[in-house]
Design a protein around this ligand. Structure first.
Ligand code: MF3
Ligand code: CO
Ligand code: CO
Length: 262
């Protein structure tokens, strides 16, 4: 299957789906406080998506995933399953990953939230992870090699002695939740993909404070760092424009422009 180039009408739909996904994160932010359990956060997101947005969560039942959003705390890298038994505590770093399906198009985004106050180290990991995403986004333009994105992310985070998770990557997105191409967050052979206007994909680096190795728990979903070090992730859905890119999933608290021109 080749990479799908989105028409301007499709990009309009992706802009809407992306905005809805971002608005779920804007909404949930104030609820991320000590003593709340992650099933409650999931329920708030689910209600918001289905009732307020008249949309669907693309995660719910996706390959059997049992909840509407992924919530990944501290050493959980990704795909954490919300649970009544998982209770946020002061200093936790929490990723919430939301994928909304609206009018047949997907918007996929995640961000880190800090419960109360975290250590300087944890804050730094989150900031560097977000900055690595922004560095890659600022490079996106037609004619460039996709491979350069992973290259810049890896170089930047390894300079801080952090590591890039290899097992999970970003992805093309549109009518399908996950489509071509794979977006690697480290430097590797990628078949020489050159970006073109209308390509839509996520960039979603998972960055570990320690070693890059991860494992999947027996629930079949929850991914943790092998060395129990902290892990952070930020994700945006972007579309390549004639001279740069547009961020479909920009949140209120972000200062990076939605439309980037090279
Ligand atoms: N939202 C994740 C991504 O960024 C995928 C989650 S799949 C799920 O691609 F089933 F775990 F929800
Ligand atoms: Co994604
Ligand atoms: Co996601």
């Amino acid at each position: 299957m080749a990479i799908v180039i989105k028409t301007p009408k499709e990009v309009d739909k992706m802009r809407i789906a992306g905005r809805l996904a971002a608005e779920v994160l804007d909404m949930i932010k104030v609820h991320i406080v000590p003593n709340i359990n992650t099933a409650t956060l999931d329920r708030l997101c689910h209600e918001y998506i289905t009732t307020k947005q008249n949309a669907f969560s693309a995660c719910l039942n996706y390959h059997g995933f049992p909840k509407s959003v992924c919530i990944s705390i501290n050493d959980v890298v990704c795909h954490g399953i919300p649970s009544e038994d998982e209770i946020l505590k002061e200093g936790d770093i929490v990723n919430i990953d939301v994928t909304v399906l609206k009018d047949q198009y997907h918007g996929d985004t995640s961000a880190m939230f800090i419960v109360g106050r975290a250590t300087t180290h944890a804050q730094h990991l989150c900031r560097i992870t977000q900055e690595s995403l922004y560095l890659a986004i600022r490079m996106v333009q037609p004619g460039m090699r996709l491979r350069a994105l992973g290259c810049v992310i890896q170089r930047f985070v390894e300079k801080q002695n952090y590591s890039v998770v290899r097992e999970y990557c970003g992805h093309g997105i549109g009518r399908k939740f996950h489509e071509e191409p794979h977006i690697l967050h480290y430097d590797a052979e990628d078949g020489g993909v050159i970006l073109q206007p209308g390509m839509a994909f996520t960039i979603e680096p998972m960055i570990n404070a320690g070693d890059s190795k991860v494992y999947c728990m027996s629930d079949g979903w929850t991914v943790r760092t092998k060395d129990s070090s902290l892990s952070a992730q930020y994700e945006h859905t972007v579309v390549v424009t004639q001279n740069g890119c547009e961020i479909m999933t920009l949140r209120q608290d972000e200062t990076i422009p939605r439309i980037l021109t090279y």
